[in-house]
Design a protein around this ligand. Sequence first.
Ligand code: CP
Length: 325
Amino acid sequence: MQTFLHGRNLIGDLDFSKEEVETILDVAFDLKRKRALNEPHAYLRDKVLGMLFFFSSTRTRCSFEAGMAQLGGHAAFIESKTTQISHGDTEKEIGEILGRYFDGIAIRQCDWEVGNKYLNFVASASRVPVLNMQCDTYHPFQCLADLMTIIEKKGRDLRRKKMVVSWAYASSYSKPLSVPQSLILQMPRFGLDIVLAHPPEFKLMPEIMEQAQEQARKFNTGFEVVDNMEDAFKDADIVYAKSWGPLLTTSNNDECAKIIKKYDSWITDESKMALAKDDAIYMHPLPADRNVEVTDGVMDGPHSVVFDEAENRLHAQKAVMALTM
Ligand code: CP
């Protein structure tokens, strides 16, 4: 167990060592148990988290806000468009000033080639921890909740279990690459064999791929890339299929929409899930494009763990806040 997390940022998935992530999971499970038993756990009494959003959210906002209240503190919801950021507040000013008001600064900034840089600039000027509520590169709190859910459903020993991280078709908007990138970085450290499936245009960032392959080598786990959803789903223990935008054109929405349209057969449906193991779990961070990205039958069916996964955002985030703030 590693306990020296106070004051640390969580921006990228590998910012914490495997042992530190194990500590976070232990605390998250303990907090989940305490909440189920109505046991008070006000570890952050009088502390305030500033939550700065450049992009909409349901789960992230609600779970951080509820989590801070349950820990005895408060979360301040700030939308970039109702601040002076659009009139010139710089990253340095945000880090310096919000760091003097708050005990932690959480930020969601998903703009392509902007978000991760923004978080790191703020962090370099802040005296309090900066927590990544999703950027263009990583979604670390989603990934911690995913890992917690996988352990609940499949046990602590995940070695030789097959996890499919698949692209899926969605028409609503071009989604960030952050969820699949976080998954392929973190999951090999916990023994999962990764099969990444996507059409050719939907590659992940090369530097993230290199780091993920390095993690797989280090932890002696499988790492395979395929371009076919059916091949990927065969005998899977965990299916995690969601949409993301094409890498090279992520900033051009019209161009993205044209490319995405070519792959409307990449839907998670009952026939594809039947290729996975009988006890396979289906995961999605939500929101999903229902009956476009995934059928209602899968989303609401026996394999789906999406609501437990969403709940675990609360417990994983509370663990990180309690340990870092
Ligand atoms: N999964 C997730 O981050 O959900 P929100 O976009 O609703 O926060």
